[in-house]
Design a binder for this molecule. Structure first.
Ligand code: ADP
Ligand code: GLC
Length: 489
């Protein structure tokens, strides 16, 4: 079996959120199953070619974007696990400071950039003579690949045995563009129909992926159900038309990387058997934040993209509503300038109990996961969420809204039965974040109860070993179907 993973982000090269973690880790687990898996991403300016000693391959390739002929090069790198990663290098489209835009504003030519990327991927596999059984595409940036395979390339013999899978990491970002994407992308107007490219007189890249991939998956079972029923951002009908081909596969976490017993970014290492180092991590975090060094203060942390999805409005509310309690808040995030402004106002008002850092900072992220008592994740919706899984493995119980992957991974702690690994409230039922923080604080004040909750957190593992088998089953089914299709061609 051979798989080409196509995405716009991949750890450790480039990351804005959990997509990069998944694309960076899943291939390693597929490789362990003996699958030839390769990854292809854009070569952004932020990817340091010298650091990774990227090799430039000897091809000079071109694709058309509208009337322009765009040339590109392929670079490559092989990870320690033996996964080959290709980078598409285009001076015009990817040699820029941001991934999708700059200062929270998208690049105006993202349509052209990702049309180019999808076409360049398909051109690259031909040059490489790598004929994938499955092209596994992730999120809107890659949604046109299944569309090319089912339209422009449907009679191209090179791809006769190739199927496509499409994973939705976040349906809120769809890549919707005017109908002229048909021409810029080199499609035929005959394919501008609702069953293929057209979506309310636009070309919506995500819709193309959902309609035209051979299988569709998303990153948790609950989100798979939610997006078909009420949270599909206008895609409900499209998703229901494919309901028999939609898989909900929970992401795993890379526990080799996220491990408080070995983490070099934190003040002291610790684990479930000896969690004493976590206290030192809390002291270090309180120092970084300029808070009082107080073991009894309830320290709440959050590391996140600053985005409406993540519920920062209620986090900021809580900062004001709980100002008379011994509660400290720390947030690390980058993104939406409006959220940044609200957090800055709260921080300026309460410098001793609210801290906010506005960059992308891997090392500080680790210190927050380790040093906090409670992890805040009141997302309005959350396809899977990796942050709550990271917090759990650092013995930091999460407080989450009951949605998507959060509902699949966090259960309310009940002391009578000693079950549950965090705190859950339900925005839809009018339950309140601030009140739930106070309930959590009551448990925190009871050392025995908190210890039992922390133990449950440490024990919560969401390993890739299980999820990777579900992906393998999905791929195998596609390969079997393709064999039947090819035989009857
Ligand atoms: P999403 O993919 O929606 O952003 P996830 O919870 O799946 O949410 O993944 C977020 C990932 O990005 C986590 O690994 C988190 O630690 C990381 N992250 C988000 N913002 C930052 C930041 N400002 N600095 C460092 N890491 C961050
Ligand atoms: C998206 C989602 C997040 C998920 C991540 C990886 O960014 O917002 O919930 O964990 O993708 O699948």
């Amino acid at each position: 079996m051979n798989i080409l993973m196509v995405a716009s982000e991949c750890e450790p090269f480039i990351k804005s959120g959990g997509l990069a973690d998944v694309v960076g880790t899943l291939p390693r687990y597929l490789k362990r199953l003996g699958i030839d898996v390769r990854v292809i991403i854009p070569k952004y300016q932020a990817i340091d070619g010298r650091k990774y000693n990227l090799e430039t391959l000897p091809y000079k390739l071109t694709v058309k974007v509208g009337a322009d002929t765009e040339s590109f090069r392929l670079k490559t790198y092989t990870t320690d696990d033996g996964v080959i990663v290709y980078f598409i290098e285009s001076m015009r489209y990817f040699n820029r400071p941001g991934i999708y835009g700059i200062n929270g504003v998208d690049y105006p030519d993202n349509m052209q950039r990702f049309i180019f990327f999808c076409k360049a991927v398909l051109e690259s596999v031909k040059a490489l003579m790598f004929r994938p059984d499955i092209i596994h595409c992730h999120d809107w940036q890659t949604g046109l690949i299944p569309a090319y395979l089912k339209t422009v390339l449907k009679d191209d013999g090179f791809f006769w045995s190739t199927s496509s899978a499409y994973t939705i990491h976040n349906i809120a970002y769809q890549g919707q563009y005017p109908a002229n994407a048909v021409e810029v992308g080199g499609f035929s107007w005959a394919d501008f129909v609702p069953e293929k490219l057209e979506f309310y007189n636009h070309v919506n890249f995500m819709k193309c992926g959902i309609c035209l991939a051979d299988a569709v998956s998303t990153v948790s079972p609950t989100y798979a159900k939610e997006i078909r029923e009420f949270n599909g951002r206008g895609m409900e009908i499209v998703l229901n038309s494919r309901r028999d081909h939609i898989y909900g596969i929970l992401n795993g976490l890379d526990y080799d990387y996220w491990n408080p017993a070995k983490d070099k970014n934190i003040a002291a290492n610790y684990d479930k058997a000896d969690p004493s180092g976590k206290k030192l991590c809390k002291v270090e975090l309180q120092k970084i934040c300029g808070f009082d060094i107080d073991p009894d203060a309830f320290l709440l942390g959050c590391v996140s993209r600053l985005d409406g999805q993540k519920g920062f409005d209620i986090i900021v509310d809580a900062m004001y509503l709980l100002d008379d309690k011994n509660i400290q808040f720390v947030v690390l995030g980058s993104g939406d300038p409006t959220i940044k402004r609200y957090l800055t106002e709260a921080k300026n008002k309460y410098p001793k109990t609210v801290a906010a850092f506005f960059d992308y900072n891997e090392s500080l992220a680790h210190k927050i996961y380790a040093g906090s008592d409670l992890y805040m994740m009141p997302s309005k919706f959350e396809p899977c969420g990796l942050s709550q899984m990271i917090a759990l493995t650092y013995g930091t119980p999460p407080l989450v809204n009951n949605t998507g992957g959060l509902a699949d991974t966090v259960k309310y702690y009940v002391d009578e039965t000693k079950t549950g690994n965090g705190f859950v409230f339900n925005i839809t039922y009018g339950e309140n974040f601030t009140q739930t923080i106070l309930k959590a604080e009551a448990v925190f004040k009871n050392k025995k109860q908190w210890e039992s909750l922390m133990n449950n957190a440490f024990d919560s593992k969401f390993s890739w070993e299980k999820s990777v088998l579900e992906y393998e089953d999905m791929y195998q089914e596609l390969i079997d179907n393709k064999k039947i299709e090819v035989a009857t061609r």
